[in-house]
Design a protein around this ligand. Structure first.
Ligand code: ARG
Length: 471
């Protein structure tokens, strides 16, 4: 490579270096193109650090005031789009610090006392992610509410419940929707748990070993709201771990992956249900697209894309695991690679949850098609077995008897409930007229009223519980 290709525009890092970084290396190592997204957290962390430095008399009150003034201006410049981000200043941290020094002189140069970019970036990512987790928590609540509303409108609608994607037993459509509410409520629990471990302060770890300045780390933690339920400061307790740990980001991406997998399962069902040979639901037109060649098409693009995007988020999880795997203590530049997958995970999950809360509100339920499908699949065969058990037949024998009855019904292309009483009695003489209550879809549904069962009374009780919980 010629010296020209190595580039000669920028200054060397410090007096230690005898030549500037090559332009190619500069582009390769710079992160400002994406980590500028952390600017608010970076300023917030710096202000908390400076306030503490002044309180500990490590810098003067005048320097603290100058830093606060300079940061206020930088904030305005960034918000107005007037801030000049510079690639040669590598990342968000150095860009903001350099501008601060430009604005307020030596006070700006004192900000980095007792601090390293290693504990700074770890703090910034945690602060930023904490805010995003709070936003995601609200979106998860909104999606759950939309599902509960849909369940409430259709608690009495009967659909075939499937195992192995074969008709199994009738269930309430509301009950089916509430299954997803359970999944998303566990996702919200997981997010709250991840938040606890994210909300801890690395600042004060400095480069890796701590610092010789008398920092008050707990004060900084409290300023930044990094406190537990009792209001006690949450401070990372080992400096090496503080600067190198990214498991909070991995945990978050794992929780996000699981949530996306839940969305993906729901998506798969929505796609299936809109298929013409199933016809259980319609999606609102605003969530579908047409075909450029087939005029009749209305494609469920949104659930299909969400199903696809779940793969993308799971991919980020694998990326982050692999990023961490070979790293020795403490900070390594590898960690700069945590940001793009983390940012994209947040964006993908947040967009997906927001769109799904709306999409669910726009579902039209085709109750007749659902009920007809349940009617076709011998969905009440278990109910006939349970009926025989109530008449004293051991369950295994009842199971065998009903299998014979279903076989006969299939031969006659009839439902069990359409077989005359004398035919049914042929399978077991203990069968009476009341068998037809047990064989009805409605009777089957109503009978399953244990906690978590599909009886509409139970579904309504669950809806009330969820409404209370979700506020
Ligand atoms: N941009 C870096 C990152 O994202 C900041 C920390 C750099 N630290 C260092 N010692 N080079 O990880």
């Amino acid at each position: 490579m010629s010296s020209n290709q190595l580039g000669k525009k920028s200054q060397a890092w410090s007096a230690l270096f005898s030549e500037p970084m090559s332009e190619l290396v500069q582009r390769y190592t710079a992160s400002v193109g994406f980590d500028r997204r952390l600017w608010q957290a970076d300023i917030e962390g710096s202000l908390a650090h400076a306030e503490m430095l002044a309180a500990q008399r490590i810098i003067s009150a005048a320097d603290h005031a100058a830093i606060a003034r300079g940061m206020a201006q930088i904030r305005q410049e960034i918000e107005a789009g007037a801030f000049a981000w510079k690639l040669e200043l590598e990342d968000v941290h150095l860009n903001i610090e350099a501008r601060l020094t430009e604005l307020v002189g030596d006070a700006g140069k004192r900000l980095h006392t007792g601090r390293s970019r290693n504990d700074q970036v770890a703090t910034d990512v945690r602060l930023w992610l904490r805010g995003e987790i709070d936003r995601i928590a609200l979106l998860l609540t909104a999606l759950q509410k939309a599902l509960v509303d849909l369940a409430d409108r259709h608690a009495d609608v009967i659909m075939p419940g499937f195992t192995h994607l074969q008709v199994a037993q009738p269930v309430s459509f509301g009950h089916h929707m509430l299954a997803y509410v359970e999944m998303f409520s566990r996702d919200a629990e997981r997010m709250a748990d991840v938040r606890r471990r994210t909300n801890r302060l690395p600042l004060g770890a400095a480069a890796l070993a701590g610092t010789s300045y008398p920092l008050d780390r707990e004060r900084v933690a409290k300023t930044l709201g990094m406190v537990d339920d009792e209001g006690e400061a949450c401070v990372c307790q080992n400096s090496l771990d503080a600067v190198s740990d990214r498991d909070f980001a991995i945990e978050f991406t794992a929780a996000a992956s699981l949530c996306m997998v839940h969305v993906s399962r729901l998506s798969e069902e929505l796609v299936l249900w809109t298929n013409q040979s199933v016809g259980f639901i319609d999606l609102a037109d605003r969530f579908c697209t047409g075909s450029s060649i087939m005029p009749q098409k209305k494609n469920p693009d949104v659930p299909e894309l969400a199903r696809g995007k779940s793969g993308r988020v799971v991919g980020h999880l694998m990326g982050l695991f692999t990023l961490m795997k070979g790293q020795p203590l403490a900070y390594n530049k590898d960690n700069q690679e945590d940001k793009e997958p983390l940012f994209d995970t947040v964006d993908t999950l947040a967009d997906t949850l927001r769109i799904f809360a709306e999409l669910v509100g726009g579902i039209t339920v085709r109750a007749a098609a659902m009920e007809a499908a349940a009617q076709r699949g011998y969905a009440t065969a278990t109910d006939l077995a349970d009926y025989l058990v109530r008449k004293g037949v051991p369950f295994r024998d009842a199971h065998e008897t009903v299998a014979k009855a279903v076989k006969a019904a299939i031969a006659q292309r009839a439902d069990l409930s359409e077989l005359p009483l004398d035919v049914l009695r042929g399978f077991d003489p203990r069968i009476d007229e009341d068998v037809y209550d047990a064989l009805s879809l409605r009777g089957s549904l109503d009978a399953r009223a244990t906690i978590g069962g599909t009886a509409p009374t139970q579904v309504r009780a669950q809806i009330a519980r969820h409404r209370q919980r979700l506020g």
